[in-house]
Write a protein that binds this ligand. Structure first.
Ligand code: ASP
Length: 578
């Protein structure tokens, strides 16, 4: 323990004691992980702190139970021959001649704290403060802290200034549902909790902070999933007088520094791929590049096909290595899955030593059969799946099946980062026929496409980019609109009237009238990044106090009913009886 870590109560950490400490008289503090009586007058205590476990040999009777907090002062001694514990980092030594002081007692715990014991997740979340004592949560949160520190250092080194932006903010549409906070002082009015500091950081650019960053909490009232909580943390940044390449360089530096700190290895330069290529090759805008299984295009081979099921503007195919052994019922499931994803159907072909084996095999022309059998270098034992449909749909369906059939688990390396660039400005139309922004409405359209904003919005490209790691979207960013006229036009194309834009974003449009520098930025999710570094599927594992799938906090009981009095103060009116 360094002199900075030593305190008045302790001068050593349990898990770091070893042969070089033999003879030292030390004080350690921690929790009783285990105790064993040896006859009437000798007890062995396993004492645990954040660094690990050490054994203390205590003479006399000992009134402690598991999870009691104790301070042990003892002399480090080699363990007697034959009693060494190879599985314990401190297994060559023990503390002898011990004085034990009980600092706090503990009731029997509702969950086993032994690092190997499996615990039910609901119990873990209800007693999170106990779960946090366990090794996995200790190492995940410490990893997270190291990642945060590396990100901060990288941003500081690149001249970025950390600025905190408000949590009580005005509604800003970035696509997600917002949490609102009723105002006590303004009857009937509400604040919104920010989905991200998007507008605030753009205003910082107008305010002359030409490089801003923040490790920012963002709040979105969206259904929870393995990779989504109501609140999450982003490294948020924005810079003026830059191109998108500059922003990608800033972000790459920060992410690669964090990766190096987390994994001990610095990944190579991050590859780039256009959105169109990602869709065409991998059927998604967040390709998992840990495995190949690229989609093949059979459109030309089936251009004049007589096979009804394969007549379509586009035919995409996927080779599943070794997939010929999938059972008929598994194949039926895949067909169902493809339909659920919106495809008309899914054709499958087992590749055998003598050609294709499949219901459709007999009706293919020899050229068509050869094209199918040759997909992506297919050979005997492989399976080829094909979807005939509109291009985007065929790609997306096979892209989803590619991941389901081929993706390694989250814990499997390597880490494959990729920048996906040149997104479209809009991703489709909503029920009212208005285009839906693919990123958010502050994204600058591609300069060559500006004049099509009104006439053909779906063909407009955006100056936006995503960072993807192993099939997870880490984050996104864009060059921003900094001219009020273009911003109004983008709002209009999204179906936001001038009046509504003025009410909601008057302050932003107003700011743009006073010399807004061209600017661009990015934000990426730290929860997701750390989860991948830790090799866990669910970001709950890297968050100290997460919510369950239904948005509940099992420990505090939130959300909770508030008192009538509080409701009155907030002008909320009484709760209606159910
Ligand atoms: N505000 C965006 C988000 O939270 C990121 C950005 O465009 O900077 O996804």
């Amino acid at each position: 323990m360094s002199e900075f870590e030593a305190t008045s109560l302790r001068d050593a950490l349990c898990g770091t004691l070893g042969p070089s400490d033999v003879g030292r008289r030390v004080s350690v503090c921690g929790w009783v992980a285990r105790r064993r009586e040896h006859g009437e007058h000798l007890a062995f205590l396993d004492l645990r702190d954040r660094s690990g476990i050490v054994q203390a040999v205590v003479a006399g009777t000992l009134e402690v139970r598991n999870e009691y907090v104790v301070r042990v002062t003892g002399t480090v001694a080699p363990r007697p021959e034959g009693t060494r514990n190879e599985r314990l980092a401190t297994g060559a030594v023990e503390l002898t001649d011990c004085e034990v002081e009980v600092l706090a007692e503990s009731e029997p715990t509702p969950l086993p704290l032994d690092e190997h014991a499996e615990a039910d997740e609901a119990v873990r979340l209800k007693y999170r403060y106990l779960d946090l004592r366990r090794e996995p949560m200790q190492s995940h949160l410490r990893l997270r802290a190291r990642v945060n520190a590396a990100l901060r250092a990288a941003m500081d080194a690149q001249g970025f200034v950390e600025v905190e932006t408000p949590l009580l903010w005005a509604p800003t549409p970035e696509g997600a549902r917002e949490f609102v906070v009723p105002s006590r002082l303004h009857d009937g009015e509400f604040y919104s909790l920010p989905q991200s500091p998007q507008i605030a950081k753009q205003l910082l650019m107008v305010g002359g902070f030409d490089r801003y960053y923040q490790i920012a909490r963002c709040l979105r009232d969206e259904d929870l999933r393995a990779d989504r909580q109501f609140e999450f943390t982003q490294l948020d940044l924005e810079a003026s007088f830059v191109t998108q390449e500059d922003v990608r360089r800033f972000v790459s530096r920060a992410v690669l520094d964090a990766a190096e700190v987390a994994t001990g290895e610095r990944p190579g330069a991050i590859a780039e791929m256009t959105w169109a290529e990602a869709l065409d090759r991998y059927g998604t805008d967040k390709p998992d590049l840990r495995f190949e299984m690229a989609l093949a295009d059979l459109t030309a081979a089936f251009a004049t096909t007589g096979v009804r099921a394969l007549q379509a503007p586009c035919v995409k195919a996927l080779r599943v290595p070794g997939g010929a052994s999938l059972s008929r019922s598994r194949l039926d499931q895949l067909v169902e899955r493809a339909r659920a994803l919106g495809a008309r159907g899914l054709a499958w072909f087992r590749v055998g030593p003598d050609g294709l084996d499949a219901p459709l095999a007999k009706v293919l022309s020899p050229d068509e059969a050869a094209a199918v059998a040759g997909v992506d270098g297919a050979g005997p034992g492989d399976l080829v799946l094909a979807v005939a449909d509109a291009h985007a749909l065929a790609c997306r369906v096979l892209g989803a099946l590619r991941v389901e059939l081929g993706a390694p688990p989250v814990s499997a390396g390597p880490h494959r980062y990729v920048w996906v660039v040149d997104f479209p400005m809009f991703e489709g139309l909503d029920e009212e026929g208005n285009p839906v922004a693919a990123h958010h409405p502050f994204t600058m359209p591609h300069p060559e496409d500006l004049d099509r904003l009104g006439s053909d919005p779906l063909s407009v490209r955006a100056q936006s980019y995503d960072l993807v790691l192993n099939g997870w979207e880490l984050g996104s960013g864009s060059v921003r609109v900094h001219r009020p006229d273009i911003q109004r036009e983008v709002f209009r194309s999204l179906g936001i009237s001038d009046e509504e834009a003025e009410y909601r974003f008057g302050f932003l449009l107003g700011a743009f009238r006073y010399g807004a520098p061209p600017h661009a930025g990015f934000a990426f999710g730290i929860d997701r990044l750390v989860a991948i570094f830790a090799g866990v599927e669910n970001i709950r594992e890297v968050i100290a106090f997460p919510k369950t799938q239904s948005g509940a906090d099992l420990m505090t009981g939130a959300p909770k009913v508030i008192s009538e009095r509080q409701r009155r103060d907030l002008h909320l009116g009484p709760v209606r009886p159910a």
